[in-house]
Design a protein around this ligand. Structure first.
Ligand code: ADP
Length: 459
Protein backbone atom coordinates (compact mmCIF):
# COMPACT_ATOMS: atom_id res chain seq x y z
CA UNK A 1 0.00 0.00 0.00
CA UNK A 2 1.48 3.32 -1.11
CA UNK A 3 1.10 6.11 1.46
CA UNK A 4 0.95 9.66 0.05
CA UNK A 5 2.30 12.19 2.51
CA UNK A 6 -0.09 15.01 1.65
CA UNK A 7 -3.21 12.91 1.23
CA UNK A 8 -6.43 13.75 3.09
CA UNK A 9 -6.48 10.13 4.22
CA UNK A 10 -3.19 10.49 6.06
CA UNK A 11 -4.03 13.92 7.42
CA UNK A 12 -7.37 12.66 8.77
CA UNK A 13 -5.69 9.63 10.34
CA UNK A 14 -2.95 11.70 11.99
CA UNK A 15 -5.44 14.27 13.19
CA UNK A 16 -7.77 11.72 14.76
CA UNK A 17 -4.89 9.73 16.24
CA UNK A 18 -3.59 12.92 17.86
CA UNK A 19 -7.03 13.64 19.27
CA UNK A 20 -7.22 10.05 20.52
CA UNK A 21 -3.82 10.42 22.25
CA UNK A 22 -4.98 13.57 24.01
CA UNK A 23 -8.32 11.97 24.98
CA UNK A 24 -6.61 8.80 26.23
CA UNK A 25 -4.17 10.83 28.34
CA UNK A 26 -6.99 12.93 29.79
CA UNK A 27 -9.00 9.77 30.44
CA UNK A 28 -5.99 8.07 31.97
CA UNK A 29 -5.13 10.88 34.37
CA UNK A 30 -8.75 11.37 35.38
CA UNK A 31 -9.33 7.66 35.92
CA UNK A 32 -6.05 7.42 37.84
CA UNK A 33 -7.02 10.33 40.09
CA UNK A 34 -10.49 8.87 40.73
CA UNK A 35 -9.12 5.39 41.41
CA UNK A 36 -6.49 6.72 43.81
CA UNK A 37 -8.99 8.98 45.57
CA UNK A 38 -11.50 6.10 45.84
CA UNK A 39 -8.98 3.63 47.25
CA UNK A 40 -7.67 6.04 49.89
CA UNK A 41 -11.22 7.05 50.77
CA UNK A 42 -12.27 3.43 51.20
CA UNK A 43 -9.29 2.80 53.41
CA UNK A 44 -10.03 5.81 55.59
CA UNK A 45 -13.72 4.85 55.84
CA UNK A 46 -12.88 1.37 56.99
CA UNK A 47 -10.23 2.70 59.43
CA UNK A 48 -12.68 5.03 61.13
CA UNK A 49 -15.32 2.29 61.35
CA UNK A 50 -12.78 -0.08 62.92
CA UNK A 51 -11.65 2.63 65.32
CA UNK A 52 -15.21 3.25 66.53
CA UNK A 53 -15.84 -0.46 66.92
CA UNK A 54 -12.58 -0.98 68.83
CA UNK A 55 -13.23 2.04 71.07
CA UNK A 56 -16.65 0.67 72.09
CA UNK A 57 -15.18 -2.73 72.84
CA UNK A 58 -12.20 -1.34 74.84
CA UNK A 59 -14.39 0.96 76.94
CA UNK A 60 -16.41 -2.08 78.04
CA UNK A 61 -13.32 -4.06 78.97
CA UNK A 62 -11.47 -4.22 82.33
CA UNK A 63 -7.91 -2.95 82.30
CA UNK A 64 -6.70 -6.49 83.11
CA UNK A 65 -8.42 -8.02 80.10
CA UNK A 66 -7.27 -5.25 77.80
CA UNK A 67 -4.15 -6.94 76.31
CA UNK A 68 -6.15 -10.07 75.53
CA UNK A 69 -8.99 -8.11 73.93
CA UNK A 70 -6.50 -6.11 71.86
CA UNK A 71 -4.82 -9.34 70.74
CA UNK A 72 -8.14 -10.75 69.67
CA UNK A 73 -9.01 -7.60 67.80
CA UNK A 74 -5.70 -7.57 65.94
CA UNK A 75 -6.15 -11.22 65.11
CA UNK A 76 -9.51 -10.69 63.47
CA UNK A 77 -8.90 -7.29 61.81
CA UNK A 78 -6.70 -6.43 58.87
CA UNK A 79 -5.86 -3.14 60.61
CA UNK A 80 -3.39 -2.73 63.41
CA UNK A 81 -5.18 -1.61 66.59
CA UNK A 82 -3.34 -0.48 69.69
CA UNK A 83 -3.43 1.93 72.63
CA UNK A 84 -0.87 4.67 72.79
CA UNK A 85 0.08 6.33 76.04
CA UNK A 86 1.04 9.88 75.29
CA UNK A 87 2.81 10.47 78.60
CA UNK A 88 5.08 7.45 78.46
CA UNK A 89 5.15 7.05 74.69
CA UNK A 90 4.29 3.40 75.20
CA UNK A 91 2.25 1.16 73.04
CA UNK A 92 -0.19 -1.49 74.30
CA UNK A 93 -1.73 -4.19 72.14
CA UNK A 94 0.79 -4.66 69.42
CA UNK A 95 4.24 -6.11 69.54
CA UNK A 96 5.33 -4.25 66.46
CA UNK A 97 4.51 -0.67 65.63
CA UNK A 98 6.29 0.94 62.74
CA UNK A 99 8.89 3.56 63.68
CA UNK A 100 7.25 5.99 61.33
CA UNK A 101 3.95 5.58 63.16
CA UNK A 102 5.66 6.18 66.52
CA UNK A 103 7.34 9.38 65.39
CA UNK A 104 4.08 10.62 63.79
CA UNK A 105 2.21 10.00 67.03
CA UNK A 106 4.99 11.66 69.03
CA UNK A 107 4.91 14.67 66.78
CA UNK A 108 1.17 15.29 66.50
CA UNK A 109 -0.45 13.83 69.59
CA UNK A 110 -0.38 15.56 72.99
CA UNK A 111 -2.50 14.91 76.07
CA UNK A 112 -6.18 15.62 75.60
CA UNK A 113 -5.72 16.99 72.10
CA UNK A 114 -7.85 14.55 70.23
CA UNK A 115 -11.50 14.30 71.25
CA UNK A 116 -12.76 12.84 68.01
CA UNK A 117 -11.24 10.54 65.44
CA UNK A 118 -8.53 12.25 63.48
CA UNK A 119 -6.61 11.07 60.45
CA UNK A 120 -2.81 11.25 60.50
CA UNK A 121 -0.42 10.19 57.80
CA UNK A 122 3.15 9.13 58.24
CA UNK A 123 5.61 11.47 56.60
CA UNK A 124 5.95 9.19 53.54
CA UNK A 125 2.14 8.70 53.34
CA UNK A 126 2.79 4.97 53.58
CA UNK A 127 0.60 4.41 56.60
CA UNK A 128 -2.73 5.97 57.46
CA UNK A 129 -3.68 6.10 61.10
CA UNK A 130 -6.83 7.18 62.90
CA UNK A 131 -6.32 8.45 66.41
CA UNK A 132 -8.87 9.28 69.07
CA UNK A 133 -8.73 9.79 72.85
CA UNK A 134 -9.94 6.66 74.54
CA UNK A 135 -11.72 8.61 77.20
CA UNK A 136 -10.97 12.33 77.50
CA UNK A 137 -12.52 12.72 80.95
CA UNK A 138 -11.04 9.77 82.82
CA UNK A 139 -7.82 9.11 80.93
CA UNK A 140 -6.86 11.99 78.59
CA UNK A 141 -3.35 10.65 77.98
CA UNK A 142 -4.47 7.38 76.38
CA UNK A 143 -5.21 7.24 72.69
CA UNK A 144 -6.70 4.46 70.64
CA UNK A 145 -4.93 4.13 67.29
CA UNK A 146 -5.96 2.16 64.19
CA UNK A 147 -3.42 1.96 61.34
CA UNK A 148 -3.16 0.37 57.95
CA UNK A 149 -0.37 0.59 55.46
CA UNK A 150 -1.14 1.84 51.96
CA UNK A 151 1.21 -0.41 50.02
CA UNK A 152 -1.65 -2.35 48.45
CA UNK A 153 -3.11 0.94 47.13
CA UNK A 154 0.17 1.94 45.51
CA UNK A 155 0.55 -1.54 44.09
CA UNK A 156 -2.94 -1.39 42.59
CA UNK A 157 -2.24 2.06 41.10
CA UNK A 158 1.07 0.90 39.60
CA UNK A 159 -0.63 -2.15 38.12
CA UNK A 160 -3.37 0.03 36.63
CA UNK A 161 -0.79 2.40 35.16
CA UNK A 162 1.23 -0.43 33.65
CA UNK A 163 -1.80 -2.05 32.04
CA UNK A 164 -2.88 1.27 30.61
CA UNK A 165 0.55 2.25 29.27
CA UNK A 166 0.90 -1.17 27.71
CA UNK A 167 -2.58 -0.89 26.13
CA UNK A 168 -2.25 2.69 24.80
CA UNK A 169 0.25 1.90 21.98
CA UNK A 170 -1.96 -0.99 20.82
CA UNK A 171 -5.09 1.18 20.94
CA UNK A 172 -3.32 3.92 18.97
CA UNK A 173 -1.90 1.52 16.42
CA UNK A 174 -5.25 -0.18 15.95
CA UNK A 175 -7.14 3.09 15.64
CA UNK A 176 -4.53 4.59 13.26
CA UNK A 177 -4.62 1.58 10.93
CA UNK A 178 -8.41 1.21 11.02
CA UNK A 179 -8.83 5.01 10.67
CA UNK A 180 -6.52 5.03 7.65
CA UNK A 181 -8.37 2.15 6.01
CA UNK A 182 -11.80 3.66 6.78
CA UNK A 183 -10.77 7.09 5.46
CA UNK A 184 -9.52 5.36 2.31
CA UNK A 185 -12.82 3.51 1.98
CA UNK A 186 -14.96 6.63 2.30
CA UNK A 187 -12.70 8.70 0.06
CA UNK A 188 -12.84 6.18 -2.79
CA UNK A 189 -15.24 8.40 -4.81
CA UNK A 190 -12.52 11.09 -4.79
CA UNK A 191 -10.28 8.66 -6.68
CA UNK A 192 -13.04 8.09 -9.23
CA UNK A 193 -13.47 11.86 -9.63
CA UNK A 194 -9.72 12.33 -10.23
CA UNK A 195 -9.60 9.37 -12.63
CA UNK A 196 -12.56 10.62 -14.68
CA UNK A 197 -11.32 14.23 -14.70
CA UNK A 198 -7.88 13.05 -15.88
CA UNK A 199 -9.19 10.78 -18.59
CA UNK A 200 -11.97 13.02 -19.89
CA UNK A 201 -11.57 14.10 -23.50
CA UNK A 202 -12.64 17.76 -23.83
CA UNK A 203 -13.74 17.17 -27.43
CA UNK A 204 -16.03 14.28 -26.47
CA UNK A 205 -16.89 14.89 -22.81
CA UNK A 206 -18.91 11.68 -22.67
CA UNK A 207 -17.35 10.08 -19.55
CA UNK A 208 -19.23 10.53 -16.28
CA UNK A 209 -18.20 9.92 -12.68
CA UNK A 210 -19.97 6.89 -11.15
CA UNK A 211 -22.22 8.08 -8.30
CA UNK A 212 -22.47 5.35 -5.67
CA UNK A 213 -23.32 7.25 -2.49
CA UNK A 214 -25.37 10.22 -1.41
CA UNK A 215 -22.78 11.74 0.91
CA UNK A 216 -20.84 14.95 0.17
CA UNK A 217 -18.58 13.22 -2.35
CA UNK A 218 -21.61 11.64 -4.04
CA UNK A 219 -23.21 15.10 -4.29
CA UNK A 220 -19.94 16.54 -5.62
CA UNK A 221 -19.76 13.79 -8.26
CA UNK A 222 -23.36 14.47 -9.27
CA UNK A 223 -22.67 18.21 -9.48
CA UNK A 224 -19.58 17.62 -11.62
CA UNK A 225 -21.56 15.26 -13.87
CA UNK A 226 -24.27 17.87 -14.44
CA UNK A 227 -21.52 20.42 -15.11
CA UNK A 228 -20.07 18.04 -17.71
CA UNK A 229 -23.60 17.69 -19.19
CA UNK A 230 -23.93 21.45 -19.47
CA UNK A 231 -20.47 21.88 -21.01
CA UNK A 232 -21.19 19.00 -23.37
CA UNK A 233 -24.53 20.59 -24.37
CA UNK A 234 -22.81 23.92 -24.90
CA UNK A 235 -19.99 22.43 -26.99
CA UNK A 236 -22.53 20.41 -28.97
CA UNK A 237 -24.60 23.52 -29.72
CA UNK A 238 -21.45 25.40 -30.77
CA UNK A 239 -20.46 22.49 -33.02
CA UNK A 240 -23.93 22.43 -34.54
CA UNK A 241 -23.84 26.18 -34.91
CA UNK A 242 -20.47 26.13 -36.68
CA UNK A 243 -21.65 23.35 -39.02
CA UNK A 244 -24.89 25.18 -39.85
CA UNK A 245 -23.10 28.50 -40.28
CA UNK A 246 -20.59 27.12 -42.75
CA UNK A 247 -23.34 25.28 -44.58
CA UNK A 248 -25.52 28.38 -44.87
CA UNK A 249 -22.63 30.64 -45.83
CA UNK A 250 -21.56 28.16 -48.44
CA UNK A 251 -24.67 28.32 -50.64
CA UNK A 252 -24.70 32.11 -51.37
CA UNK A 253 -20.92 31.96 -51.83
CA UNK A 254 -21.21 29.10 -54.34
CA UNK A 255 -23.96 30.98 -56.20
CA UNK A 256 -21.77 34.12 -56.37
CA UNK A 257 -18.83 32.03 -57.57
CA UNK A 258 -20.95 30.19 -60.11
CA UNK A 259 -22.60 33.35 -61.53
CA UNK A 260 -19.23 35.11 -61.81
CA UNK A 261 -17.52 32.11 -63.47
CA UNK A 262 -20.39 31.63 -65.89
CA UNK A 263 -20.42 35.32 -66.83
CA UNK A 264 -16.66 35.30 -67.42
CA UNK A 265 -16.60 32.11 -69.46
CA UNK A 266 -17.32 33.94 -72.76
CA UNK A 267 -18.39 37.35 -73.97
CA UNK A 268 -21.92 38.19 -72.84
CA UNK A 269 -24.49 40.78 -73.73
CA UNK A 270 -24.98 43.75 -71.40
CA UNK A 271 -28.31 42.22 -70.28
CA UNK A 272 -26.67 38.91 -69.40
CA UNK A 273 -23.97 40.70 -67.36
CA UNK A 274 -26.69 42.73 -65.63
CA UNK A 275 -28.62 39.56 -64.73
CA UNK A 276 -25.48 37.91 -63.36
CA UNK A 277 -24.56 41.00 -61.33
CA UNK A 278 -28.11 41.24 -59.96
CA UNK A 279 -27.96 37.65 -58.82
CA UNK A 280 -24.53 38.27 -57.23
CA UNK A 281 -25.92 41.40 -55.55
CA UNK A 282 -28.87 39.46 -54.08
CA UNK A 283 -26.61 36.74 -52.73
CA UNK A 284 -24.23 39.35 -51.29
CA UNK A 285 -27.25 40.90 -49.52
CA UNK A 286 -28.16 37.48 -48.11
CA UNK A 287 -24.59 37.01 -46.95
CA UNK A 288 -24.58 40.47 -45.45
CA UNK A 289 -27.76 39.92 -43.47
CA UNK A 290 -26.58 36.50 -42.30
CA UNK A 291 -23.25 37.87 -41.10
CA UNK A 292 -25.15 40.65 -39.28
CA UNK A 293 -27.36 38.04 -37.56
CA UNK A 294 -24.34 35.89 -36.73
CA UNK A 295 -22.62 38.87 -35.16
CA UNK A 296 -25.76 39.61 -33.12
CA UNK A 297 -25.82 35.99 -31.89
CA UNK A 298 -22.11 36.05 -31.13
CA UNK A 299 -22.65 39.18 -29.00
CA UNK A 300 -25.51 37.52 -27.11
CA UNK A 301 -23.37 34.40 -26.57
CA UNK A 302 -20.25 36.22 -25.45
CA UNK A 303 -21.97 38.72 -23.14
CA UNK A 304 -25.40 37.35 -22.30
CA UNK A 305 -25.74 39.73 -19.36
CA UNK A 306 -24.74 42.94 -21.12
CA UNK A 307 -28.18 44.57 -21.25
CA UNK A 308 -28.09 48.30 -21.95
CA UNK A 309 -28.51 51.05 -19.39
CA UNK A 310 -30.35 53.82 -21.28
CA UNK A 311 -33.74 54.99 -20.00
CA UNK A 312 -36.27 54.41 -22.79
CA UNK A 313 -39.97 54.52 -23.51
CA UNK A 314 -40.80 51.07 -24.86
CA UNK A 315 -44.17 52.32 -26.15
CA UNK A 316 -42.33 54.75 -28.45
CA UNK A 317 -39.89 52.07 -29.61
CA UNK A 318 -42.76 49.71 -30.57
CA UNK A 319 -44.77 52.49 -32.28
CA UNK A 320 -41.70 53.52 -34.33
CA UNK A 321 -41.17 50.01 -35.65
CA UNK A 322 -44.85 49.59 -36.46
CA UNK A 323 -44.83 52.94 -38.31
CA UNK A 324 -41.93 51.71 -40.44
CA UNK A 325 -43.85 48.57 -41.39
CA UNK A 326 -47.07 50.42 -42.22
CA UNK A 327 -46.25 50.85 -45.94
CA UNK A 328 -45.08 47.26 -46.68
CA UNK A 329 -48.19 45.90 -44.90
CA UNK A 330 -50.44 48.21 -46.91
CA UNK A 331 -48.74 47.18 -50.17
CA UNK A 332 -49.15 43.45 -49.37
CA UNK A 333 -52.73 44.05 -48.30
CA UNK A 334 -52.35 42.98 -44.64
CA UNK A 335 -54.18 44.84 -41.92
CA UNK A 336 -51.79 46.05 -39.20
CA UNK A 337 -53.54 46.81 -35.91
CA UNK A 338 -52.00 48.04 -32.71
CA UNK A 339 -52.94 48.54 -29.07
CA UNK A 340 -49.96 50.10 -27.35
CA UNK A 341 -50.21 51.23 -23.74
CA UNK A 342 -48.38 54.53 -23.25
CA UNK A 343 -45.42 55.33 -21.03
CA UNK A 344 -43.86 51.88 -20.62
CA UNK A 345 -40.53 52.85 -19.14
CA UNK A 346 -37.55 50.55 -19.57
CA UNK A 347 -33.82 50.62 -19.02
CA UNK A 348 -31.75 49.04 -21.77
CA UNK A 349 -30.42 49.34 -25.27
CA UNK A 350 -32.95 50.71 -27.79
CA UNK A 351 -31.51 48.49 -30.55
CA UNK A 352 -32.29 45.39 -28.50
CA UNK A 353 -35.99 46.24 -28.15
CA UNK A 354 -36.26 47.42 -31.79
CA UNK A 355 -34.66 44.13 -32.86
CA UNK A 356 -37.20 42.06 -30.89
CA UNK A 357 -40.24 43.91 -32.30
CA UNK A 358 -38.84 44.18 -35.83
CA UNK A 359 -38.03 40.46 -36.10
CA UNK A 360 -41.46 39.40 -34.85
CA UNK A 361 -43.33 41.89 -37.06
CA UNK A 362 -41.17 40.91 -40.06
CA UNK A 363 -42.06 37.23 -39.54
CA UNK A 364 -45.77 38.07 -39.16
CA UNK A 365 -45.53 40.04 -42.40
CA UNK A 366 -43.63 37.28 -44.20
CA UNK A 367 -45.87 34.41 -43.14
CA UNK A 368 -49.25 36.12 -43.48
CA UNK A 369 -50.83 36.15 -46.94
CA UNK A 370 -52.52 39.26 -48.26
CA UNK A 371 -55.97 39.86 -46.83
CA UNK A 372 -54.74 38.74 -43.41
CA UNK A 373 -54.40 40.67 -40.18
CA UNK A 374 -51.53 41.29 -37.78
CA UNK A 375 -52.17 42.67 -34.31
CA UNK A 376 -49.54 44.09 -32.02
CA UNK A 377 -50.23 44.94 -28.38
CA UNK A 378 -48.12 46.21 -25.49
CA UNK A 379 -49.44 46.28 -21.94
CA UNK A 380 -48.26 45.87 -18.38
CA UNK A 381 -49.57 43.62 -15.60
CA UNK A 382 -48.36 43.39 -12.01
CA UNK A 383 -45.29 41.34 -12.86
CA UNK A 384 -44.45 41.88 -16.52
CA UNK A 385 -44.54 44.11 -19.52
CA UNK A 386 -46.23 41.96 -22.14
CA UNK A 387 -45.69 42.35 -25.90
CA UNK A 388 -47.97 40.30 -28.19
CA UNK A 389 -47.70 39.95 -31.94
CA UNK A 390 -50.48 37.85 -33.46
CA UNK A 391 -51.15 37.07 -37.10
CA UNK A 392 -53.72 35.22 -39.15
CA UNK A 393 -50.98 33.68 -41.30
CA UNK A 394 -49.96 30.18 -42.31
CA UNK A 395 -49.34 29.00 -38.73
CA UNK A 396 -46.76 26.47 -37.58
CA UNK A 397 -47.26 22.72 -37.32
CA UNK A 398 -46.90 21.19 -33.82
CA UNK A 399 -43.87 19.13 -34.85
CA UNK A 400 -41.95 22.32 -35.72
CA UNK A 401 -43.23 24.52 -32.91
CA UNK A 402 -40.69 23.42 -30.31
CA UNK A 403 -37.78 23.89 -32.74
CA UNK A 404 -38.37 27.31 -34.24
CA UNK A 405 -36.11 28.95 -31.63
CA UNK A 406 -33.20 26.68 -32.64
CA UNK A 407 -30.47 28.36 -34.64
CA UNK A 408 -30.87 27.98 -38.42
CA UNK A 409 -34.16 26.16 -38.02
CA UNK A 410 -36.61 26.90 -40.82
CA UNK A 411 -39.93 25.14 -41.34
CA UNK A 412 -39.86 25.66 -45.09
CA UNK A 413 -36.35 25.72 -46.56
CA UNK A 414 -37.68 27.28 -49.76
CA UNK A 415 -38.76 30.53 -48.14
CA UNK A 416 -36.27 33.35 -47.72
CA UNK A 417 -34.67 33.78 -44.31
CA UNK A 418 -31.86 32.08 -42.48
CA UNK A 419 -33.51 30.77 -39.32
CA UNK A 420 -31.59 33.15 -37.04
CA UNK A 421 -34.29 35.75 -36.34
CA UNK A 422 -36.14 33.94 -33.53
CA UNK A 423 -32.95 32.72 -31.78
CA UNK A 424 -31.75 36.35 -31.71
CA UNK A 425 -35.12 37.48 -30.32
CA UNK A 426 -35.07 34.76 -27.65
CA UNK A 427 -31.42 35.51 -26.70
CA UNK A 428 -32.17 39.22 -26.38
CA UNK A 429 -35.32 38.64 -24.31
CA UNK A 430 -33.35 36.36 -21.96
CA UNK A 431 -30.68 39.03 -21.66
CA UNK A 432 -33.35 41.14 -19.94
CA UNK A 433 -34.51 38.28 -17.73
CA UNK A 434 -37.62 37.67 -19.85
CA UNK A 435 -39.12 34.81 -21.84
CA UNK A 436 -40.93 34.30 -25.12
CA UNK A 437 -43.75 31.87 -25.88
CA UNK A 438 -45.55 30.90 -29.08
CA UNK A 439 -49.01 29.58 -29.77
CA UNK A 440 -49.86 28.55 -33.29
CA UNK A 441 -52.32 26.58 -35.35
CA UNK A 442 -51.54 25.42 -38.85
CA UNK A 443 -53.50 27.47 -41.39
CA UNK A 444 -54.98 29.77 -38.75
CA UNK A 445 -52.13 31.89 -37.48
CA UNK A 446 -49.58 32.38 -34.73
CA UNK A 447 -49.15 34.50 -31.63
CA UNK A 448 -45.75 35.33 -30.12
CA UNK A 449 -45.79 36.69 -26.55
CA UNK A 450 -42.79 38.33 -24.90
CA UNK A 451 -42.81 38.69 -21.10
CA UNK A 452 -40.34 41.21 -19.67
CA UNK A 453 -40.32 41.03 -15.87
CA UNK A 454 -40.72 44.28 -13.97
CA UNK A 455 -37.98 45.21 -11.54
CA UNK A 456 -34.41 45.50 -12.71
CA UNK A 457 -34.95 46.78 -16.27
CA UNK A 458 -38.65 47.53 -16.46
CA UNK A 459 -40.67 49.91 -14.33
P1 ADP B 1 -36.45 33.13 -40.67
O1 ADP B 1 -35.45 34.13 -40.94
O2 ADP B 1 -36.30 31.89 -41.46
O3 ADP B 1 -37.84 33.66 -40.62
P2 ADP B 1 -36.79 32.83 -37.84
O4 ADP B 1 -35.87 32.32 -36.82
O5 ADP B 1 -37.33 34.19 -37.68
O6 ADP B 1 -36.07 32.63 -39.21
O7 ADP B 1 -38.00 31.82 -37.89
C1 ADP B 1 -37.79 30.44 -37.91
C2 ADP B 1 -38.93 29.74 -38.60
O8 ADP B 1 -40.12 29.86 -37.81
C3 ADP B 1 -39.29 30.31 -39.91
O9 ADP B 1 -38.53 29.72 -40.93
C4 ADP B 1 -40.73 29.99 -40.04
O10 ADP B 1 -40.92 28.73 -40.63
C5 ADP B 1 -41.26 29.96 -38.64
N1 ADP B 1 -41.98 31.18 -38.26
C6 ADP B 1 -41.52 32.23 -37.57
N2 ADP B 1 -42.46 33.15 -37.40
C7 ADP B 1 -43.58 32.68 -37.99
C8 ADP B 1 -44.93 33.17 -38.14
N3 ADP B 1 -45.33 34.33 -37.64
N4 ADP B 1 -45.80 32.38 -38.78
C9 ADP B 1 -45.44 31.19 -39.29
N5 ADP B 1 -44.19 30.67 -39.19
C10 ADP B 1 -43.28 31.41 -38.53
Amino acid sequence: MKIRLNSIKLKLTLFYTLILVVLLLIFHFTAYAFLSFGLFNNLDDSLIKDLNKAQQAILQTNDDDLPKVLDEMNGSSKDLIFIYDVETNEVLGSSYVDQNVRSTLLKFVTIGTITYAQLLNTSDNKIHLYVSSLNVDTDPGKMIVVTHDTDYIYATLVEYREILFAAIPFILLFSAISGYLLAGFFLRPAKAIIKTANSIDPAELTDRIPVKSHDELGILSGTLNSLFDKIYGFIDRQRQFAANTSHDLKSPLSIIKMEASLALKKDRTADEYKKALNSIDEEADRLNSMVKDLLALATIDSAPLRAGTTALDLSDVVNDILDRWRAPFAVKGIQLERSIATGMKVTGDGRHFSGIVDNLVKNAYQYTPSGGRVTCSLEGDNDNIVLKIADTGIGIDKEHLSRIFDRFYRVDKETSGNGLGLPIVEGTVKMYGGRITVESELGKGSMFTVYLPKGRYFV
